[in-house]
Structure formats: C-alpha cells, structure tokens
Write a protein that binds this ligand. Structure first.
Ligand SMILES: Cc1cc2nc3c(=O)[nH]c(=O)nc-3n(C[C@H](O)[C@H](O)[C@H](O)COP(=O)(O)O)c2cc1C
Ligand code: SF4
Length: 437
C-alpha cells in the first residue's frame, strides 16, 4: 500500500444532488472573493440562532470523529465566562488516503474562511487561525485572506493568522494543533484539559475541520431545512469523500449521505479498475478494513458504525487485485508503528505488536493465537493512548480478524509447526514475536 498522500486526480459531485461545496465554478481553480460572494458567502445569515441552526441540521465534524458541531461551538462560547477565545480551521489533513481538505483549501478557501469568521462571531473569539501543512494550500488561503482584508471584510478586533506546520499524521489531532500554535511540537497532549477548556494561549479554543466550517457557513446562509434536502434522516446533508485505490476516477466528490460504498465507486468513482475488490479501507486508514460483502453498506454514521467501521474523514480505498488484505494490513500496521508519536507506552508497544502480528500473518508464520490477539487488541487498546491514534491501529487489527477470518487462518502456522520461533521481518525492541502490549 502506498503511504504517500493521494493525488486530487478528479473531482465532482454525485448527479443526484445540487452541490454546495464542489460547485461547477471550481473547475477553473480557486473561487475568488467575487465568485464566492455571488454564491452567498459572507452574505446575510438566514437564522438568528446559528448554533440552533447547526443543531437542527445535525451537522457533524468532518475531521474524523463526527462529533456534533453545535456542541463544540456551544462549549467554547459558554466556557469560562466572558473573555477572549480562539477558533482554528484545521486543514492539516495528515491522513494519507484523504485529499478533500486540500481540495477545499485550494478551490474554495473562502468557503472555509466564511465558516471561520462565522465561528469567531458566534463563539465570541478575537483570534482566528487557519492551520495547514500542504504547500499548495498556503498560497490560496493567503491570497484569499488578502482579498478579505482589501474588501474590509475581516471584522475589526479579530486577529486572523495562518499557521503552517510540517505534515505528520498526528499534527492534525486537536491537542497537537494547540500545542503547535503555542510554539511547541505538533504532538498530542493528554486530556483533560481539552482545547475547548484550555487551548491556544490557555484560552477556550474551537478546533474545527475546514470542511465542517464550510458546511456550517452554508447552513447559516441557507438553513437547516435546505441542508437536509439531501442525505438521510440520521445523517442529513452532503459530505466530501475521497475515493482511491482500484477505481477509474479516484478523487474528491461531494455526495449525499446514505449512498452505499458500491454506489460511490460505481458512480463518481467510475467503476473498478480490476476484478471486484476483495474489500475496502474505511475512513482513511482509521476505520479499518471492510470485506467486499459489505459493499452495500450505506455511508451514513449509524450504518457504518453498525458494521464495526467508521466514516472518519470520508476517505475510502478499494483494494486492488494485488492488495491482499494481509499485505495491506501489514503495510498500514507498519506505517502506524512508524507514525506513532512515541509518547505513550501503550501506543509504542501496541502499534509494534500489531505491526509484528500483521507482518507474521502476511509472511505465513503467525501463531494460531493471532486471530484472538487481534480481536483482543481491538477491544482493549482503544481510548488508552493520549490521543485516538492507537484506536485506529486497534480497529485495523480487529477488522482484519473479523472481516477476513479465512485469510487470517491462512496466515498462521499449523499448531504443530508453532514450536519454531516466528520471525517477523520487522524487528522491534519490544517484540521479535507477537507480544502483549
Ligand atoms: C491521530 C489523529 C489525527 C487527526 N488528524 C486530523 C486532521 O489532520 N485534520 C482534522 O481536521 N482533524 C484531525 N483529527 C481530529 C481532530 O483531533 C479534531 O477532532 C478535529 O479537527 C475537530 O474538527 P471537527 O469537529 O470539525 O471534526 C485527528 C485526530 C487524531 C486522533
Ligand atoms: S496515543 Fe500514540 S500517537 Fe497518540 S499521543 Fe500517545 S504515542 Fe502519540
């Protein structure tokens, strides 16, 4: 599995929707201030109570956790009484399988800034920051901020900055965001406090994904009812997905919630490039593996959770003919062990143990206890690190065992052959064989 960030090869929207973010005008590149204002950005809001409208719209965060946006906005607005607050647009996008935040920041930076200024106004913030790392997004956001200043659209008293960070997987985690903005390394911190309690400069801080902010602005300008015109009852609206892997048109698409994985790939994704995939990687690399038999699962929060997976940041990869589940899981597990911020013992040992078990499975030398270990790690490791990074590795482990039991059995030695020491091709100081974190 290629661990380099996916390219924004194609983009568009599902034919059944009127797009809100991937509008046809973006074919020519960045929408400038004039074009955005024609779409309603920075215009009047249709509601007196923006947070109430976000609540009515059931807007969920698009950074990965799907947390209700109005609760976060409310926590920041209501925390610690009067005083300064900070809002941050998180455009770091460390997830290698995702390109939607980069797409948004290069094509519709004003949609993000519109949401950021709105969040600042609603929460009472006097500082707003765009946090990003991909070089192509820095120019478009700075150009757009310059347009805003020239048009006198940055409210008096609001400090608006851009903060560029070196890209890593954990640099976009919310406490890492605040730590970096406070002058430290972009590494997660133990919680509490969470950023809404104490974030940038110790102030209540809203860290929100750039796509969430763009949807929030759209909802404020068009209303929750209109937002719910597409999508499902439990997951209203549209969302950006990044489709990659074995499909004809990999790229970023705006789709209504509720389409199946199969419909995403055979519709916007243009169909599969090879024989039907053996499975899918869900939510970037965070939602684990899903077998091909689950291709009919609807991409909405409840249905995907019901099959033990997650939508995460909306990135889905179809496994190609050469991507056997064991090989893909081994590659990603190795990547997890490499990308761990190495701050929490349980994460260091857990990701190493998962990497070694996956490597042994791929090499056909795992022990017969491996399947049980993968499931146990999948249930005992989540929520034990300072951040949710380890949860992703644990989900990968569990999902390989539950979605591909035959492949896992095939990767293990017969019990009679187990007296021979398993020798993972990945040596590690904690584990030359399968260990217990
Ligand atoms: C390891 C890790 C990496 C993350 N990386 C990102 C990221 O690159 N971009 C992002 O928006 N959120 C990322 N998140 C989620 C953020 O912590 C945070 O929940 C999110 O920015 C909040 O925005 P939202 O409420 O709009 O989803 C990451 C979380 C974890 C655990
Ligand atoms: S859980 Fe892992 S990635 Fe997260 S802070 Fe701890 S060591 Fe770093």
């Amino acid at each position: 599995m290629n661990t380099a960030a996916v390219a924004m090869t194609h983009f568009g929207h599902h034919p059944d929707i009127i797009p809100r973010l991937v509008v046809p005008q973006t074919r020519n590149g960045r929408l400038d201030l004039l074009a955005e204002r024609a779409l309603g950005s920075y215009g009047p809001v249709v509601c007196e109570d923006v947070m109430g409208e976000l609540k009515a719209a059931l807007l969920r965060g698009r950074g990965g956790a799907g947390f209700p946006a109005h609760i976060k906005w409310h926590s920041v607005a209501g925390s610690a009484g009067p005083g300064p607050r900070v809002v941050v647009a998180n455009g770091e996008e460390g997830e290698p399988a995702s390109a939607k935040d980069r797409w948004l920041l290069t094509h519709r930076p004003h949609a993000v800034l519109d949401g950021l200024l709105l969040a600042a106004a609603v929460t009472g913030a006097d500082r707003a920051i765009v946090y990003l790392s991909h070089p192509e997004t820095v120019g478009t956001i700075e150009e757009s901020i310059a347009e805003l200043r020239a048009a006198d659209l940055v409210p008096a008293g609001l400090r608006l900055d851009v903060h560029v960070v070196a890209p890593t997987y954990v640099a976009g985690e919310e406490s890492a965001v605040c730590r970096s903005l406070n002058g430290g390394p972009a590494l997660p911190l133990a919680k509490p406090p969470r950023p809404f309690e104490s974030g940038v400069s110790g102030l209540p801080t809203l860290v929100s994904n750039v796509e969430t902010l763009a949807h929030a602005a759209w909802i404020a300008r068009h209303g929750a009812e209109e937002y719910g015109r597409h999508g499902t009852v439990g997951s209203p609206g549209t969302t950006l997905v990044t489709l990659s892997g074995a499909c004809e048109r990999p790229g970023v698409y705006e789709v209504p919630y509720g389409l199946s994985v199969q419909e995403l790939f055979t519709g916007p994704g243009g169909g599969y490039t090879s024989p039907p995939p053996s499975g899918f990687l869900m939510g970037g690399w965070f939602g684990g593996l899903l077998s091909a038999e689950r291709a009919e699962v609807a991409c909405c929060y409840d249905a995907v959770r019901a099959v033990g997976s997650g939508l995460g940041c909306g990135a889905i990869t179809a496994l190609g003919a050469e991507d056997t589940p064991l090989a893909v899981a081994a590659d990603i597990a190795a990547w997890y062990a490499e990308e761990s911020a190495q701050q929490c013992g349980v994460c260091v040992k857990g990701t190493a143990a998962i990497r070694d078990a996956m490597g042994n499975l791929r090499d056909g030398i795992a022990t017969s206890a491996t399947a049980a270990n993968l499931i146990r790690w999948g249930t005992t490791l989540p929520r034990r690190g300072a951040c949710a990074f380890l949860d992703g590795a644990a989900t990968l482990a569990r999902s390989l065992a539950t979605e591909f039991p035959a492949a896992v059995s095939a990767g293990a030695l017969a019990p009679s052959a187990e007296s021979a020491e398993p020798t993972s091709s990945h040596s590690h100081r904690y584990s030359s064989k399968e260990t217990t974190p």
